[in-house]
Design a protein around this ligand. Structure first.
Ligand SMILES: Nc1ncnc2c1ncn2[C@@H]1O[C@H](COP(=O)(O)OP(=O)(O)O)[C@@H](O)[C@H]1O
Ligand SMILES: [Mg+2]
Length: 314
């Protein structure tokens, strides 16, 4: 494990050397997001707005599984560090119009600097723009009047529970389709790499939306290379925020570990079976469902109940 950490960190250094940003050049303005291990800030670098992701305090350290004094970290913190170094390394070596743009890396503490996507995550966008669906049988006039209504749903509607006829997303179908195609083209790019890159945590929370309504796939923290024996990145799999416990060891070039979040996770991953990049296709399908329905399948259920429902009802 330690060896993988060292190799991952070596790669992060090699690949990101050209994109190193001096800590003094980065101004942090406000926190715009956080997950289990990291927090994200809106910042500026040389006058340009950027997003700055860094590990949460408990997981910060000197990198490669050690604290600033070189002492070994708690295993969970060491793993968070390795995943983060791997994320930086992956993003630094890949470019695609729908992959969140890599700006650079701050060395200490390790920060990933990416393009700032001003509309936030697709998850948030869907909730900001959704409104109760019109009851069946509404006249076409009523429906088109509703669709022409101001896009932003009121705060009251946002805070209300599930409406009786479900949600509609107050975004035109062409905008929704373009967002979906953006995500699909980025996933196709990842799967087209040699060896294949599996995202493994594809969900609306990890899709960002730019000011001009384009999607950017982000958060490669759980992404792994498939196959490639001897491949540094492909040799370790692990859990993430909201993930179930590891289900076993890696099986050849396929994975048998549960990572990501249950709402977007295919049954074979939940069941601890072997899976490959097709798992991302399932997660993409859930994103399509969100774009159409304005909510997440099995929303509001506990993780265990979601896992059970996906296994038994799909
Ligand atoms: N480049 C960015 N532009 C705008 N918001 C971002 C950006 N990167 C992250 N965020 C926000 O921060 C949240 C967490 O970022 P993410 O990279 O998914 O971190 P984690 O690994 O903690 O899940 C996202 O869901 C989004 O709301
Ligand atoms: Mg995330």
């Amino acid at each position: 494990m330690a060896v993988d950490g060292q190799k991952a960190s070596g790669m992060a250094r090699a690949w990101a050397a050209a994109a190193e940003i001096d800590a003094e050049q980065v101004r942090l303005h406000r926190r715009i997001g956080s997950g289990g291990f990291a927090e994200v800030f809106l910042g500026t670098v040389r006058g340009k707005e950027v997003a700055v992701k860094r590990l949460l305090g408990d997981f910060l350290g000197g990198g490669s599984g050690a604290d600033n004094d070189g002492r070994p970290l708690h295993p969970a913190a060491a793993k968070a560090q390795r995943d983060f170094e791997r994320e930086v390394a992956m993003l630094a070596r890949m470019r695609h119009p729908s992959l969140v743009g890599f700006v650079g890396v701050v060395r200490r503490p390790l920060c990933l600097v990416t393009e700032f996507c001003s509309r936030g995550s697709l998850f948030d966008v869907i909730r900001r723009f959704r409104k109760p669906r019109a009851p069946p049988g509404s006249s076409p006039e009523a429906l088109s009047a509703e669709l022409a209504a101001p896009l932003a749903a009121s705060a009251a509607a946002r805070d209300a529970g599930e409406p009786s006829y479900g949600w509609d997303v107050g975004l035109g179908w062409s905008a929704r389709l373009r967002l979906a195609v953006d995500v699909a083209s980025c996933v196709a790019y990842l799967h087209g790499q040699t060896p294949v890159v599996m995202h493994r945590d594809l969900k609306s929370l990890n899709v960002l939306v730019t000011s001009d309504w384009r999607a950017r796939v982000a958060d490669l923290g759980l992404a792994r290379l498939r196959g490639g024996t001897g491949s540094v990145l492909g040799s370790v799999a692990g859990g993430g925020a909201g993930a179930a416990a590891a289900a076993g060891s890696t099986g050849g070039s396929l994975y048998t570990q549960q990572v990501g979040s249950f709402h977007w996770m295919p049954p074979e991953v939940i069941a601890g079976g072997r899976y490959a990049e097709q798992a991302d296709a399932f997660s993409f399908g859930v994103i399509l469902w969100e774009l159409a329905m304005g909510t997440t399948p099995y929303a509001g259920m506990t993780p265990v109940a979601v896992a059970y429902a996906v296994l038994h009802r799909g």
